[in-house]
Design a protein around this ligand. Structure first.
Ligand code: AMP
Ligand code: MG
Length: 346
């Protein structure tokens, strides 16, 4: 049984002290951020960090993001950031942006999977910031889920999946954004987006030029292919039921294709945007949110992917969204949830 601390209404000082004591003693604590829930451990404690990998079944070569609560904490962890990196921090921290920085190698190798860089972020969530401040340590925290499954965005889903493995869980309600942070690396003053998130290419371009999305964000990775960010190559977010993703800029063509495909299966489940839901009445369907409110879709996405298997469908057909702005982050997750089974129609 996990102990659940309810911080939805307010952060309770005595309980916060207990939680930080546990983290400083090498225990794991699940806590909310503005993106998704994280499984947190003292990033300076090798044994604690190894527990995270074990609990998630996470491949050892997939490094963890380190969470800080103030810029002072950076000094021990990384070499002096460049002007461009500082500008990103000034503009987007606290917030859902992870920056890959040159590591001083002061953290255990397990955190960075032996790389000479470390991914750092300052979350924009009071509970997360208070925990880090109270521990006075950087906190390593990957998403709260078994590796390969959708990330945890509410405590019920996390208890269903991780109860046996987590002693302490902090309930901060549903996470606001619902998708993991945007991950960037600055190379020769050019910014490469390695994982899209709520902070979009356009957001970053409003403060710095030369922003590029890594091609692999929307492509399958071949066996043994070299990637800049190890997380890119792993299976992610996939329900057990096979899923396929369909997208067209032309809404009529999109609906027609989905209806045509749906006939081929004995039991089809359709994940539809609000605008099209009426058209799929004769099939099982779930509303993922409005095409005009992609934040609603990102907020609901992982909890929706988690409930798919309950329908015992033969096939799930998912409506894609325009891969622009935060839509790119949604499509990046969906393409993986479908294990690259997708059809984009002109
Ligand atoms: P998660 O913690 O599950 O949100 O995943 C963290 C993501 O950040 C993974 O895709 C990692 O591969 C990526 N990441 C973390 N540290 C680094 C690093 N030093 N270099 C490149 N990618 C990183
Ligand atoms: Mg993850």
């Amino acid at each position: 049984m996990s102990i659940v601390y309810d911080f939805k209404e307010n952060i309770k000082k005595e309980e916060l002290d207990m939680i930080s004591k546990n983290i400083n003693n090498g225990e794991l604590v699940v806590f909310p951020t503005e993106t998704v829930y994280g499984i947190g451990a003292d990033a300076t404690n090798e044994l604690a960090v190894k527990k995270i990998f074990e609990a998630k079944g996470r491949p050892q070569d997939n490094p963890l993001i380190v969470h800080i609560s103030n810029l002072e904490m950076l000094k021990d962890l990384v070499y002096e950031p460049t002007e461009t990196e500082k500008l990103l921090m000034d503009t987007f921290w606290p917030g859902p942006l992870t920056i890959i920085l040159k590591s001083r190698k002061t953290l255990p190798n397990a955190v960075t999977a032996n790389l000479d860089t470390v991914g750092i972020r300052m979350p924009d969530n009071d509970i997360a910031l208070n925990i880090i401040e109270s521990c006075k340590k950087p906190i390593a925290a990957p998403s709260a889920n078994i590796s390969g499954r959708p990330s945890g965005t509410n405590v019920k889903d996390i208890i269903d999946e991780l109860e046996e493995k987590m002693d302490f869980i902090i309930d901060g309600g549903e996470t606001e954004i619902g998708l993991e942070s945007t991950v960037v690396r600055v190379i020769d003053n050019k910014i490469k987006i390695l994982r899209p998130g709520k902070i979009t290419k356009e957001d970053i371009e409003s403060v710095v030029k030369n922003v590029e999305v890594d091609k692999k964000v929307m492509e399958a990775i071949k066996d043994n292919e070299k990637v800049i960010s190890p997380g890119m190559k792993y299976r992610h977010y996939a329900p057990k039921t096979p899923c396929t993703l369909v997208y067209s800029e032309n809404n009529q063509k999109l609906v027609d294709k989905i209806l045509e495909k749906s006939q081929s299966y004995s039991n089809t489940l359709i994940l539809s945007t609000t605008e099209n839901i009426e058209k799929y009445k004769e099939y099982n369907h779930i509303n993922i949110g409005s095409q005009n409110n992609l934040l609603e879709i990102s907020h609901n996405l992982f909890s929706t992917l988690r409930c798919i298997d309950k329908y015992n469908a033969e096939k799930v057909i998912i409506e894609g969204v325009k891969p622009d702005g935060i839509g790119l982050a949604i499509m990046n997750r969906l393409i993986r949830a479908c294990e690259y089974d997708y059809e984009f129609i002109k």
